[in-house]
Design a protein around this ligand. Structure first.
Ligand code: HEM
Length: 191
């Protein structure tokens, strides 16, 4: 399925400037352990048939806020083709976040996604829209992307404590990826 997603270049991205050793230290810093890897895999099972509904919630949120929708727009005009193309890669990202091992290939694609919010924004889909996503919203998104997943995780019929474990693993994974995605925004040598 993933080969058919336009612009999804997992496995073909350039080298991340962040090393695996640095990633390991970041994982330690957010208490990310092997247990979280297992809980994310379980989350992947629970979420895999709900990605459309999750995207409905996230796009509903973006679409109802002019200051966010503007990143998919040229002036006041949102680009439906752009929204639709990114939506497919976003769905794949949910599965990747849960199922991929966080190795060099994964690290490289996180850097590619980072660039796609800043210097490479609009390039993948060949669109004319807002030139970059402002840094402050990258960080702010941690909250909505985290809190809105809880209900979807609970839909899997697992015990409350397991839902809680999956939720915490998801939260840590979001913090980790957001850190990696802000690399190009940070002054040289300060990351
Ligand atoms: C935690 C923060 C965020 C997450 C998890 C997230 C997730 C994603 C993902 C998975 C993609 C597609 C990556 C790919 O091409 O494979 C993407 C692209 C995009 N995101 Fe975000 N994003 C975040 C912050 C934001 C914010 C704050 C905005 C502003 C509304 C935004 C707007 C966009 C846009 C416009 C694209 C398309 C970029 C392009 O032209 O290639 N993102 N995002």
């Amino acid at each position: 399925m993933s080969e058919q997603i336009k612009g999804y270049t997992y496995g073909h991205a350039g080298q991340s400037p962040v090393s695996l050793a640095d990633l390991d230290l970041l994982e330690k810093t957010v208490f990310f352990t092997e247990n979280d890897v297992k809980n994310l895999q379980l989350a992947g099972e629970v979420l895999k048939d709900q990605t459309n509904e999750i995207l409905d919630v996230w796009y509903g949120f973006v679409g109802s806020h002019e200051h966010l929708l503007k990143y998919f727009s040229k002036g006041d005009a949102p680009n439906p083709n752009y929204l639709a193309a990114v939506r497919e890669r976003f769905k794949q990202w949910i599965l990747d976040l849960c199922n991929k091992s966080y190795d060099q290939t994964w690290l490289n694609y996180q850097h590619e996604i980072a660039l796609r919010h800043l210097v490479k924004k609009n390039v993948t889909d060949g669109v004319d829209a807002e030139p970059f996503v402002n840094y402050r919203y990258m960080i702010a998104f941690i909250y909505p992307i985290t809190i809105t997943i809880r209900g979807f995780l609970a839909n899997g019929g697992n015990e409350q404590s397991v839902v809680e474990d999956m939720y915490n693993a998801w939260f840590k994974a979001i913090v980790l990826t957001t850190i990696l995605w802000t690399y190009p925004y940070i002054k040289e040598d300060k990351f």
